[in-house]
Structure formats: structure tokens, C-alpha cells
Design a protein around this ligand. Structure first.
Ligand SMILES: *Cc1c(COP(=O)(O)O)cnc(C)c1O
Length: 494
């Protein structure tokens, strides 16, 4: 299957190359030339499969040139790193409300679902594409991608990984997770700035021909583990199918019934995977896009204008503190009827003026598929408290934002179809804020807060958190925004 760029000036002949390259050379994002369909028979077989087998079936539709048996072993290996080898277990909350817990992987965030598999997809992708150079993965992170990517890629053959995070823009636990990372091929640097600064710095490195040429002389090529890479996106499509199968198996729905998915959204990767699942034939009614106070997306859905010129808020759901939502480009491309030149114009406007608009017609298509709203900080904390009181279930702040927007959605639309909220992180990644929401006070130390949260809720502290306590902090470097190029060179020279 061919992969084309959203900006129309670049294409590759297969998924392996799209994954190996990460970003298209024209600055756009790779998208599949068509959306493969999942047949009725395949749905039926998927019902009796475990998570890894379901994932393999969905992945294989795009990853045609990957060997099926090998892909299946890679999935089994990746998902054996999750509790019960299930990357996406479903918890029933009430009649119509389900939570898909995507946080039982090595770093306790949904990004593990893709990043436990991406090293294989990328390594193999390079082999298939005949790329012999060493691969340097550059990651800009709002907290969770960084750790999940480091963990996924640590000690991977022929791959180095470097992570940039906003020095004051991640939770203490996220920082501890990243700065204690083990592995011989990893590097972690804090940047004085916010997530968008980190993301822009990484994008600038990718698009500097001069810099890439100089790397090439050193036998190094760049790739990306951010959700701009199709290899990040495609494993995320799988859990939408898996959730649906689980609901059919537990007789909550019948095959063919429509369900809603609610997604706490930042860079638009997770929810875009849901949109792709729908294009492949999964019976989805509405995709609900939940934002925090950085509500650039919900305003875009309401007004048709994407306007990133606004105050940036640091919230208790830091992985959604994003003003430039990269993957939206892939959706804009679809909305425009795959008009690459129009997409390019809009993305250049965004780069130059921080905003662009879509047509009324596109906006109505958008609103037929999606519902979008946001939850502010007060509401998020209140939701954590009320949800625990009512259901005895502990939400992390990102998932709480989603639960609140789900409630808005039901109030606004009266839509009471079965609804799956994607839970993207363990509450223990944000123990201080979760405990504060429940009790009105909480100790500052993340580990002390975790112990208290466990006492308060009877939810055990995950092993992944406990084991961090004794780990050495290996990375302490803080740089200015302008120093990212040099930081990369320093790392390569090592
Ligand atoms: C990354 C992340 C999100 C946002 O996902 P996108 O794919 O960037 O929209 C939400 N919640 C958590 C916990 C995350 O780590």
C-alpha cells in the first residue's frame, strides 16, 4: 500500500518506508492511500482472539510487507509487557459507560500500546527499506511519550533515542521516570520552555536539510517516535476494534451496534486512530474529543477556525497541554476531500500566523463525526472526586477531563449509546493532583502522595512506580530552546 503525504509532494511505496522515515520530506504527514476494510468474517474471528492476535489482524491491513508470523510474535512480545497481556481491558462503570484502561504497560500511559511495538516496526521498516544508517529517534514530549519511547527503545540495536521535555511542564513522577531511564543508547534533556517549544525545536531539526546532511556524513538518520509517525498511530487503531469485540463478547452490544468513544486529546493522535478505525468499518457513532483548559481544539470544532494565538495554561493534565495539535493535519486532509495543496496552505498559515479556517461544509462534516468540549481545572478535580464517590473508581486527571466532557455530551445530545472512555494514564502518575482532588490536600513528594493515595482508595501502587524510588537520576541537563541542535550533536559524538 502506498503512503502519501498530506502536503502532496512526497510519497512512499509502502508502510515500512513511511515508518522508517517518520515524517514526509515535504513537511507533511504520511497517510495510507486508502483505508483497508475489516470484513464481517474478520470481525467474527476477532471475537475469539486475544489482544495481540486482534492487533496483528488490524496491523497487517496496513503493514502488508511485514511478515505476518513475525508481526504476530512482535505483538505477543510487546503486549506481554502489559498486565494479563491485555493492552486494553474494559471496565464497566454503569449501564452505558465503560472505561478502556490503556495504562497497564511498562510506563503506565496509553502510549505504551504503540511504543512497545514501534521499535520492531521501525527496525524492520528500515531493513525492508534498505536503510543501513544508525537511526536517531528524536522525541518532544509533554511527559508520557518520552518515558514510553525511552522504555520501548532502550538498548535497541542500531537505534539511539533522545528526548526533549519542557523543564517545568511535566509532573514530578514523569520527570523522575524519564531522568532515571536506563539503557546505553538513551539521552534525556530538559528545555527551558513549554511543550510546543520542544515540538517546534524537534520539527526544525527534522526540516533542516543542512543538519540532516551533516548527520548523514556521520552515518546517522533521524526518525520520529511522536504520533506524527504512522508507526505510532497504527497500533492505536487496534484497541478500538478490541474494545468493540470485548463489548460484543460480554453481550453489552450486538455486532453492528454503534458505540461512542471519548478521548482525552492533545496532539490528536489517539482520537485520530479512532477516526481511522471508523473508516475501516468499525461501527462508531460519535468520537468525542475532550480538551483541558488549552481548549484550542474544542474552539476549532465550534468555530471552524484553529487559532493557536492564545494563552498557554499549565494544567494537572500536562500530556494535553498542547496548542499545536500535529495530527489534526491528517484529519484536515480528509475533511478537505484529500486536497493536499489546500492542506499545505492551511498548515503554512498555521506556521506563519498561528491560525487557519476551514469551510462551513467541512465544519459540518467535522461536527457530524465528532463532538468536542473541554473541562477546566476546577471541573477536572471535581470530576475525580465525584467519580470516586459515586463509583469507587480512581480517575487520572486526563481521564477525568474525558469523563466530564462525556457528561456534557450526553446532556447536550441526549445520545445514550454505549460509550467507551479511553483512560490514558494511571492515577499514580499524577498522585499528588489526584489525592488533592479527593481530599483537598496532599503531600508534595510524589512517592509519599502515592502511598497516601493507596491508603485512601485501596488501589495498590503499581510496581512501575515503587521500583523508581531506588533508581539513580542519570539525566539532569537543562538547555535553552536555541540549544537543541548542539545537544543532538553532543549526543551523537558520544
Ligand atoms: C499523550 C496523552 C494524551 C493525549 O493523546 P494524543 O494522542 O496526543 O491526543 C492524553 N492523555 C495522556 C495521559 C497522554 O499521555
Amino acid at each position: 500500500m502506498k503512503f502519501i503525504s498530506t502536503r502532496g509532494k512526497s510519497e512512499v511505496s509502502c508502510s515500512a518506508m513511511a515508518i522508517a522515515k517518520g515524517l514526509a520530506e515535504d513537511g507533511g504527514l504520511f497517510v495510507p492511500e486508502i483505508f483497508p476494510q475489516v470484513s464481517k468474517e474478520e470481525f467474527e474471528t476477532m471475537l475469539n482472539m486475544d489482544y495481540a492476535e486482534r492487533a496483528c489482524l488490524v496491523l497487517k491491513k496496513y503493514l502488508e510487507e511485514y511478515d505476518e508470523q513475525e508481526l504476530l510474535s512482535a505483538c505477543k512480545n510487546a503486549y506481554s509487557k502489559f498486565e494479563d497481556s491485555d493492552a486494553a481491558p474494559i471496565v464497566k462503570i454503569d449501564e452505558n459507560l465503560f472505561i478502556m484502561e490503556l495504562f497497564h504497560g511498562p510506563t503506565l500511559a496509553f502510549k505504551d500500546v504503540a511504543l512497545t511495538l514501534l521499535p520492531y516496526l521501525l527496525r524492520k521498516g528500515c531493513d525492508i527499506s534498505g536503510i543501513k544508517e544508525e537511526v536517531l529517534i528524536l522525541v518532544a514530549t509533554s511527559g508520557d511519550t518520552g518515558k514510553a519511547a525511552l522504555e520501548g527503545f532502550k538498548d535497541a540495536d542500531g537505534i539511539k533515542i533522545m528526548v526533549f521535555f519542557p523543564s517545568e511542564g511535566v509532573s514530578d513522577m514523569q520527570k523522575t521516570q524519564m531522568c532515571t531511564q536506563e539503557g546505553n543508547n538513551v539521552n534525556v534533556v530538559a528545555v527551558n520552555g513549554n511543550f510546543d517549544d520542544c515540538q517546534t525545536a524537534v520539527k526544525n531539526i527534522f526540516s533542516s536539510k543542512e543538519f540532516n546532511d551533516s548527520l548523514k556524513e556521520k552515518n546517522v538518520i533521524l526518525s520520529s517516535a511522536n504520533s506524527m509517525n504512522f508507526g505510532r498511530l497504527v497500533p492505536q487503531i487496534c484497541y478500538y476494534f478490541s474494545a468493540y469485540c470485548d463489548l460484543v463478547n460480554s453481550q453489552e452490544i450486538s455486532m453492528g451496534d454503534k458505540v461512542n468513544f471519548v478521548v482525552p486529546t492533545g496532539n490528536f493522535g489517539n482520537i485520530l486512530a479512532g477516526y481511522y478505525a471508523k473508516q475501516m468499518g468499525l461501527p462508531i457513532d460519535k468520537l468525542v474529543c475532550a480538551s483541558n483548559s488549552n481548549n484550542v481544539l474544542s474552539e476549532f470544532f465550534a468555530s471552524g477556525t484553529y487559532d493557536a494565538n492564545r494563552e498557554f495554561f499549565k494544567t494537572i493534565s500536562p500530556s494535553m497541554d498542547i496548542l499545536i495539535s500535529s495530527n489534526l493535519e491528517r484529519l484536515i486532509f480528509e475533511l478537505s476531500g484529500r486536497d493536499a495543496s489546500l492542506t499545505e496552505v492551511r498548515m503554512l498559515e498555521l506556521k506563519k500566523c498561528g491560525k487557519y479556517s476551514i469551510s462551513e461544509k467541512e465544519k459540518s462534516v467535522l461536527n457530524a463525526e465528532f463532538f468536542a468540549n473541554y473541562a477546566d481545572e476546577m471541573t477536572c478535580k471535581q470530576t475525580i472526586q465525584e467519580f470516586f464517590e459515586e463509583f469507587g473508581y480512581v480517575l487520572d486527571p486526563h481521564t477525568a477531563v474525558a469523563v466530564d466532557v462525556r457528561n456534557c455530551f450526553v446532556d447536550y445530545s441526549g445520545n445514550n449509546k454505549p460509550t467507551v472512555v479511553l483512560s490514558t494514564a494511571s492515577p499514580y502518575k499524577f498522585a499528588h493532583d489526584v489525592l488533592f482532588s479527593l481530599k483537598g490536600k496532599a503531600p508534595n513528594d510524589a512517592f509519599v502522595a502515592s502511598d497516601k493515595l493507596a491508603l485512601e482508595t485501596a488501589l495498590p501502587v503499581p510496581e512501575q512506580i515503587l521500583s523508581l524510588k531506588s533508581k539513580e537520576r542519570r539525566f539532569t541537563r537543562v538547555i535553552e530552546k536555541g540549544e537543541t541542535f548542539n545537544a543532538v550533536l553532543d549526543f551523537i559524538a558520544k
